[in-house]
Design a protein around this ligand. Structure first.
Ligand code: FES
Length: 96
């Protein structure tokens, strides 16, 4: 029987993003997923630094590939919606 892979929300809790609410957002997202019965299929993972420190808190989602800056720790439902969105399609003019 195949096992479905969970999806991950990776939230930066590094020195800059952590100061701006990254750690609070990890807890808020986990609480929200538990409240919605989605914790397990979707997991929240703290990450030490994405190298995007000036615009954090920063997060990304796997496998959908959403990257979001400026996440608001006081509104985990907004962060969840942003991270759950599908990324914009690649520009067909860009070389592959
Ligand atoms: S501290 Fe968050 S991207 Fe560097």
């Amino acid at each position: 029987m195949p096992v479905e892979s969970p999806s991950y929300l990776m939230i930066c809790t590094g020195p800059n993003c952590g100061e701006r609410g990254g750690r609070t957002l990890v807890r808020g997202l986990r609480d929200l997923l538990i409240e919605r019965g989605q914790h397990g299929p979707t997991r929240v993972a703290p990450v030490s630094c994405f190298g995007q420190c000036a615009t954090g808190p920063y997060g990304c989602a796997w496998p959908n590939g959403a990257f979001v800056t400026g996440l608001d720790a006081s509104r985990p439902e907004v962060a969840l919606a942003a991270l759950s969105a599908q990324p914009a399609p690649a520009n067909p003019a860009d070389p592959a």
